[in-house]
Ligand binder design. Sequence first.
Ligand code: PHE
Length: 426
Amino acid sequence: MAGDRENFSSRLAVIMALAGSAIGLGNIWRFPYMVGKHGGGAFIIIYIVCSLLVSLPVFFSEVVLGKYTRRGALGAVRKVAPKWSWAGYMGIIASFVITSYYSVVGGWSLDYFVRSIFGGFKGLSFEASAGIFASMSASGWETLVCFFVFLLLTAIIVAVGVDKGIGNFSKVMMPLLFLMIVLIVIKSMSLPGAKQGLEYLMKPDFSKLDGPGIAAALGQSFFSLSLGVGCVLTYSSYMKENEKIVPTGLWTALFDTFFALLAGFAVMPAVFSVEGMEPGAGPSLVFETLPVIFSRMGTVVPIIFFFAVLIAALSSSISMYEVVVAWLVDEKHISRKKAVPLVFVAAAVLGAVCAVAPKVFSACDFATSNIFMTLGAFVFSIVVGWIMPEEAVRSTFSNRIYPFVRFLIKWVAPVAIAAIAVTNLL
Ligand code: PHE
């Protein structure tokens, strides 16, 4: 069986696929807002420290698990630590739930991309824009159709296969995504709000950096690197034997952070170019404020921006979808061609509920990003740090860095995650 398993054909495909999973809506609407809210440059410093000391070790743990077992989330955990199998199931469920509600937002970006092509935002006022968003998200059929099409696009890429579908899509789309966001940054930086926007993002204010701020930095870093739900684990199970995992991890984290900063440089100057505008988190920023500002810069800018949002969302949704498909293929011995439609039907049902019931949507978001991801990340580091045979872990790293990485996986990551989880509960 193991010999038949699919593989990514090149290092570039692995890095681009991992970067694709990491770079998503979290970078575009969550990161810029979190930075501004939690002390600008001070938050960025803590974010980078958390990424290096906690997230990267968790990332490496997932890579080790996937690469060593050549199985998806459940098979991998079950093979090395049968008692912790529940964490494998949890990863699959979390990935499934994220696929469903994330695709609703993916559907909105598809809707906005199509609207921008037809010049739907020309001369738009802020009130009218808020009205468009409210009526779109409240109108059952429009949201549902766009959600289905987005989910279908995700399913098609996954159905084509690991290398030909996910790998090729990522190799072409990720560089294009960078190019698009750089173009928007250049445009945005020429706006009158550029200085204020940059200040909001970069000026360090250490007084705002309290316990919740640090917890937010770690949470954002987990979400952004797609950790704790088995995405990195599953993609890593398709790596070739000789893949160098430390540089791969570092490149992914670097691309992800760089992209988040670029998104901040694209979004914040635009927001501050309007008198009295406050940067709001989430959908209101991307779908209400930005269409107005970007459409004032010409017809093409909103088209590029919403295409970028769409691609970023798609490259992430395929990674969650693949976690569920890998489970059906590895553990239930169902072919990929059959597994993909099965997941589609199930995700279409849950997603449709999320699309029309905002409370279900928020509950899914809260449970996955605050509970499942943290718990999953904790378990992956414990399994690799404490339970897996040490030889298997050692052979993945060079002798020089192994002791350091081991210390991070075994002690720093689980202790930091537990400490932050406890602080959040108190
Ligand atoms: N990393 C993605 C983003 O930033 C979200 C994601 C979470 C993707 C969990 C996969 C798994 O948008």
